[in-house]
Design a protein around this ligand. Structure first.
Ligand SMILES: Nc1nc(=O)c2c([nH]1)NC[C@@H]1CN(c3ccc(C(=O)N[C@@H](CCC(=O)O)C(=O)O)cc3)C=[N+]21
Length: 278
């Protein structure tokens, strides 16, 4: 039976460490500041933004949330980004995604100064990730690696299989694992034999966005399983992309959903903001 990776507790520990570093900065007259921009009324986004705001306050960071109406124009949003770029109190800028249909996400992200892009979504940071010189790495991928490190999982020389090739999780997490000297396989919807690839994995990272699609029969005995998925079922239950009950019979360690990778995403956002200020 797998050991459960308590992402919530690990994230809490990291937040405590961040709080101490914020206090040191404050003693030197500096306070890390994060600006979060939310456009529209997406209920999930509103919840996430509240969580981010609360997390900032808890560690003593300055935070401001800009809640803009659904009809906000691209031009108006770009003007706000320019103001935040120029604002010395703000070290990190996060534009909550997804944005409304009429706004070009790429155009907005490209406008954020790379040195304030604590989401790690700006092309400069994405490009630097490729050469292992990134100032900011996207929060969820960084959180996955941090979980492995804090659980004492060795990455070097291991077979790591990543399922899902999104720009915000799959691709960057594969790159981070590669930089840590894992042998990395990146699987996706057209992978010929997904089960075979999965059964090869010492470390399995799943980020596809399909509820409980990875089952215990696809997991090698003793593998470490990181489940990035967060899916709300019709009955209201929150489940990952991994079928937890069957997977935990095979894995040596596994993240639960909720309480796994999710809380790490916010902890890494705070860490990136702290580092932006430092
Ligand atoms: N620019 C941008 N940056 C993001 O980082 C970003 C975003 N847009 N859009 C949406 C996604 C999603 N995301 C999560 C953050 C925390 C949890 C989290 O803490 N989840 C908890 C609670 C889950 C719940 O109860 O809903 C858990 O998994 O235990 C989940 C998901 C950040 N995102």
């Amino acid at each position: 039976m797998a050991k459960i990776i308590d992402g919530k507790a690990i994230a809490q520990e990291i937040r405590k460490e961040i709080k101490e570093r914020v206090e040191e900065l404050k003693a030197r007259g500096k306070q890390p500041g994060l600006a979060v921009v939310l456009v529209g009324n997406n209920p999930a986004s509103q919840t996430y933004v509240r969580m981010k705001e609360k997390a900032c306050q808890e560690v003593g960071m300055y935070s401001e949330v800009h809640r803009l109406p659904e009809e906000t124009s691209e031009e108006e949003l770009l003007t706000l980004i320019d103001q935040l770029n120029a604002n010395e109190k703000i070290h990190g800028i996060l534009v909550q995604l997804p944005l409304p249909e009429h706004i070009d996400e790429k155009k907005i992200i490209d406008r954020i100064l790379p040195e304030k892009d604590v989401d790690g979504f700006h092309p400069v940071n994405v490009g630097n990730l490729f050469t292992n010189t990134a100032r900011f790495v996207a929060c969820t991928p960084r959180g996955c690696i941090e979980l492995l490190d804090r659980m004492g999982v060795e990455i070097e020389g291991k077979k790591a299989v990543v399922i899902g090739r999104s720009n915000i999780v799959g691709k960057p997490v594969a790159m981070l694992l590669l930089h840590r000297n894992a042998t990395v396989t990146l699987c996706h919807s057209r992978t010929a034999d997904l089960k075979k690839e999965c059964l090869d994995a010492d470390i399995l990272v799943v980020a596809v966005g399909r509820p409980e699609m990875i089952t215990g029969d696809m997991i090698k005995e003793g593998a470490v399983v990181i489940d990035v998925g967060i899916n709300r079922l019709e009955d209201g239950r929150l489940v990952g992309d991994v079928h937890f009950e069957s997977a935990k019979e095979k894995a040596s360690m596994i993240t639960p959903v909720p309480g796994g990778v999710g809380p790490m995403t916010i902890a890494m956002l705070l860490l990136n903001t702290l580092e932006a200020c430092e």
